[in-house]
Design a protein around this ligand. Sequence first.
Ligand code: GLV
Ligand code: GLV
Length: 326
Amino acid sequence: MRARIYVTRRLPECVMQQLEKIYEVKCNPYDRNMDQEELKEAIRKCDVIITMLADRIGRDIIELNPDLKGICNYAVGYNNIDVQAATESGIPVCNTPGVLTETTADLTWALIFAAARRIVEADRYTRAGKFTGWAPMLMQGQDIYGKTLGIIGAGRIGEAVARRSMGFGMKVIYHNHHENKWMNEHLQAEHKTLEEVLKESDIISMHIPYNQETHHLVDTEQFRMMKPTAVLINTARGKVINEQELINALQRKQIAAAGLDVYYNEPEVPEEMIALDNVVIVPHIGSASCETRVRMAELVRDCAAACLAGVMPPAIVNPQVIKGMR
Ligand code: GLV
Ligand code: GLV
């Protein structure tokens, strides 16, 4: 009998076809995310489930299939999965690190430029027929070159964002659990406290995973530390920032602008946020390039295959589960 894989959202076609050749593949037939009831149905009838970051895979769902051989998340972040519950059940949880690093760093820079130079607002203005002539005060934004870039979370993506600043003659400072030696050596970056990074940066960019420790890492007090000209970028997870406080800060012009790829209660974006001109909002597209979405699918395919074979997957967040199998 062929192993059964359930895919909660259709992946790039080339990889779907590869999976279908080897496994009995079932897939969410709809062009929308699955709800909890549908996920419960799906997990009962498969050996490995390939999940999306929008699928909440809690203990209640995981415990429905004690024979499950793997949960492979089509994302680098895995805060949507109760890893503790999976580990207790001996189920490997896989993700897609590395392959999306550069693409997410590119999108981060797109948001930096767009927010600092008011690109989206200026585009709306021009389309609305409001451009009646060059003007000295028109759409003045913040310079990027020569400024201080503050990276919060200097892992793979944070480092790739920092590396791109070299062409702009920026000073790089960062907050991280430990020093990033590559950044210190190659970018003369400085490791600082969160408070120092918030106080000294012109552009602040979030690159930490979401967990209990990073919940509301940026809150009322942290907004008070920022410069009134600061530009805040979030391509990590919505809940690392207190979103209501961000809205307040943008309304009061306590900071200059923000660029967001992620939200507190995705896919909801608060009306008050939408009403603001000084925020650029995109729909969680950090890794959304054609090439990277294929690479992510290939990695998830390889992880699923390893889970089914009971060997160490190329990317796993709870490797102790595999060691325990032997
Ligand atoms: C995207 O947010 C991811 O975690 O891959
Ligand atoms: C602007 O277009 C300039 O020429 O200064």
